[in-house]
Design a protein around this ligand. Structure first.
Ligand code: TYM
Length: 332
């Protein structure tokens, strides 16, 4: 059985960057690829590399899962689970740490960026994070891993580790391919359109969260940074602000950049932004309605149970297989 797997951290409310760069794609793939088995997980172990309040973490895990389903993820098609409920992830991460080098982890740009911003001590977990991510992936032998562009380097490291372990222990892992969408691989911040839209950005105006009410959505778009030219043309190098807004428009409105340019040829930012705000609101409204139905339901717990059981089976088998090849414990 071919597989597709991806993960998402419960570090903040889901925003339209992650939605357009990852969730929407995943939902599309589940329908387009009937021969594949899908796994998606809430990466809560990843979220604690930086301290999190207990109540907040629990809330975010549930909120993310409910949002995924509200966005169209079909639980009968996709195994949705919580990473920490499947013990093989942490165990496999240790085995992979013994096959990864300090130098290669030090080169990870995400680690470099995050450790620089960190005001208190940088945890070992933040440093070894990519080996946990490699474990998340390699346990399931996925053929493809759909991610945004910011995860590409982690995927490359995962491939290197997989090849290294395969050489040492006789072809144990599938070497996965990243699946990065052409448009939407990086949705940028609304206040600094050269940086990615991020759930951990301290400035709330930098993003739109999927649960934001109508007036906030529209306000954030109205105040999004553009430039002084006032025309609607796509040029991500020279005009990152308007190009970022056009990317969002294109993905939600199913229009090419040429079509958008033609539609707004003799219009200005105000009309474009008003339309975009409305478009985003219309996209998010049904998601919010479904979310409200789900968030406190037993349905969500049943989905987690089913996902955990399916993930446990696959991951435990892979873990034992590698332990046997390494010579750990007694033969199983
Ligand atoms: P995370 O939680 O930061 O983001 C989840 C997914 O959304 C994509 N993404 C974006 N895409 C486009 N524009 C943006 N502004 C944007 N922000 C986020 C991310 O690339 C990602 O695909 N380490 C991962 C979670 C993870 C994982 C895994 C993913 C843990 N284990 C195994 C895949 C496979 C992370 O922090 O993603």
């Amino acid at each position: 059985m071919k597989r597709i797997l991806s993960g998402i951290q419960p570090t903040g409310s889901l925003n339209i960057g992650t939605y357009l760069g990852s969730v929407k794609n995943f939902v599309k793939l589940q329908d387009e690829l009937p021969d594949y088995e899908f796994f998606i997980f809430i990466a809560d172990l990843h979220a604690i590399t930086v301290y999190k309040d207990k109540q907040e973490l629990r809330k975010l895990i549930r909120e993310l899962a409910a949002l995924y389903i509200a966005c169209g993820l079909r639980p009968e098609r996709v195994n949705l689970f919580i990473q920490s409920e499947v013990p093989a992830h942490a165990q496999m991460a240790y085995l992979l740490q013994c096959n990864a080098y300090i130098g290669e982890l030090e080169r990870m740009t995400q680690y470099k960026d995050k450790s620089k911003k960190q005001e208190t001590g940088v945890t070992v977990g933040l440093f070894t994070y990519p080996t946990l991510m490699a474990a998340d992936i390699l346990l399931y032998d996925p053929d493809f891993v759909p991610v945004g562009r910011d995860q590409k380097q982690h995927l490359e490291l995962t491939r290197d580790i997989a090849q290294r372990v395969n050489n040492k222990y006789n072809d144990i892992f599938t070497v996965p391919e990243p699946l990065i969408a052409e448009v939407g691989a990086k949705i940028n911040s609304l206040t600094d359109p050269t940086a990615k839209m991020s759930k951990s950005d301290a400035n709330e105006k930098s993003r739109i969260n999927l649960l934001d009410p109508e007036h906030i959505i529209k306000k954030r778009i109205r105040s999004a940074v553009t430039d002084s030219l006032g025309t609607i043309t796509y040029d991500p190098e020279k005009r990152p602000g308007i190009s970022n807004l056009m990317t969002i428009y294109s993905l939600i409105g199913n229009k090419s950049f040429d079509e958008i340019e033609a539609m707004y040829a003799d219009k200005g930012y105000k009309e474009f932004k008003d339309d975009l705000g409305e478009l985003i609101y219309q996209e998010l409204k049904p998601i919010q309605d479904r979310y409200n139905e789900l968030i406190n339901s037993k349905e969500l717990d049943d989905i987690f149970d089913k996902g955990r059981d399916a993930a446990y089976k696959v991951s435990q088998k892979k873990l034992f297989k590698l332990m046997n090849r390494i010579g750990l414990g007694r033969k199983r």
